[in-house]
Ligand binder design. Structure first.
Ligand code: NAP
Ligand code: GLV
Length: 307
């Protein structure tokens, strides 16, 4: 038996799981069931205590890429296999979101939106792709797609991760010196890092102030990576041109938060890459089969650092 916990589109999730796991009994909090019969949980944004009643668990499936909400929690033991989604339709959405952010500044659409408020007809000089240096922090399932596809479009791209890899068209850097190099040479800095103790507060005044004058921050990873007051200070003093923010701490973004009304902040409600139930359920079905047969699913989270 699999217990499904999602806050939205529950019926679509049930249909998708039934399509890909036809022999599995799937229950939700709306059903009467015996928790002792539950072997698997598939969930997103699991509330505190969600896993506590399930004492016979064989595995947990995170219905997203980030597993920060699934680690370091008292109701889920570290020895229960945790499997996350790898891409599952999210990479393409992420590429689209980043491209929209980059084009907004490259083609001055942010400036034209402000000029329209003043009914002002004023043309700025557009920049070519080659003049827009992009820095991608985190080159995992999503970051690699973003970095490579934007490099293929002609943008100069640097990327940052923990261990070195060869990524055609992308200059891959590592370590503190690598981060410094990416930050100093990014007209658009994009975070696609997971939420871990090492990445929390990473984008502070000290680091963001080393971005080139007029640079842009795009955060599609997790809100805790950015020090909000530091970002606002750098936007207000004119060092940064724009922040495109899809993720916040906390979420939903509180109504009194200054980001909402800031003229240099674009707010989207954590939608840069949404989980698509059908490709996700297909991946869950395959991972479940693999775990059941003692194989290692590709999305198995091996450490409990947060990714
Ligand atoms: P992933 O495959 O786990 O990739 C994580 C990448 O970050 C890896 O390249 C990893 O490097 C790097 N990294 C981790 N810790 C690091 C550190 N301390 N220093 C430098 N590099 C570090 O994750 P993913 O599937 O690409 O997803 C990335 C994140 O995007 C998720 O964790 C989630 O927070 C966010 N996300 C947001 C949305 C949205 O709608 N806004 C949607 C999906 C995902 P190594 O491989 O070298 O260890
Ligand atoms: C969304 O934020 C995800 O991690 O999938």
């Amino acid at each position: 038996m699999l217990f499904l916990y999602v806050e939205q589109n529950q019926n679509t999730w049930l249909e998708a799981l039934q399509k890909w796991c036809p022999s599995l009994s799937v229950v939700t909090q709306n059903d009467a069931y015996d928790p002792e019969q539950v072997r698997w949980v598939a969930a997103w944004n699991p509330p505190p205590g969600l896993f506590a009643p399930f004492q016979q668990l064989k595995g947990v499936f995170a219905l997203g890429a980030g597993v920060d909400a699934f680690v370091r929690r008292p109701d889920l033991a570290d020895n229960i296999p945790l499997v996350r989604l790898l891409d599952a339709g999210m990479a393409q959405q992420m590429v689209e979101y980043i491209l929209w952010s980059v084009l907004t500044v490259q083609r001055d659409f942010d400036t034209y939106a402000q000029l329209q408020q003043q009914q002002t007809w004023q043309v700025s000089m557009a920049r070519s792709r080659a003049e827009m240096r992009l820095g991608v922090l985190g080159l995992g399932a999503l970051g690699q797609s973003v970095a490579q596809q934007l490099a293929e479009l002609g943008y100069p791209v640097q990327g940052w991760k923990r261990s070195a890899i060869d990524l055609p068209g992308v200059d891959v850097l590592t370590g503190e010196a690598g981060l410094e190099q990416v930050i100093r040479h990014s007209d658009v800095l994009i975070s696609l890092l997971p939420n871990t103790p090492q990445t929390q507060g990473l984008l502070s005044y000290e680091r963001l102030s080393r971005l080139p004058q007029g640079a842009v921050l795009v955060n599609v990873a997790r809100g805790v990576q950015v020090v909000d007051e530091d970002l606002i200070r750098l936007l207000d003093d004119g060092h940064l041109r724009l922040a495109v923010l899809d993720v916040f701490y906390p979420e939903p973004l509180p109504s009194e938060h200054p980001f909402w009304a800031h003229p240099k902040v674009v707010v989207t409600p954590h939608v840069a890459a949404e989980t698509l139930p059908y490709p996700a359920a297909e991946q869950v079905a395959e991972s479940l089969r693999q775990l059941d047969q003692g194989e290692t699913p590709a999305g198995l989270v091996t450490g409990r650092e947060g990714y």
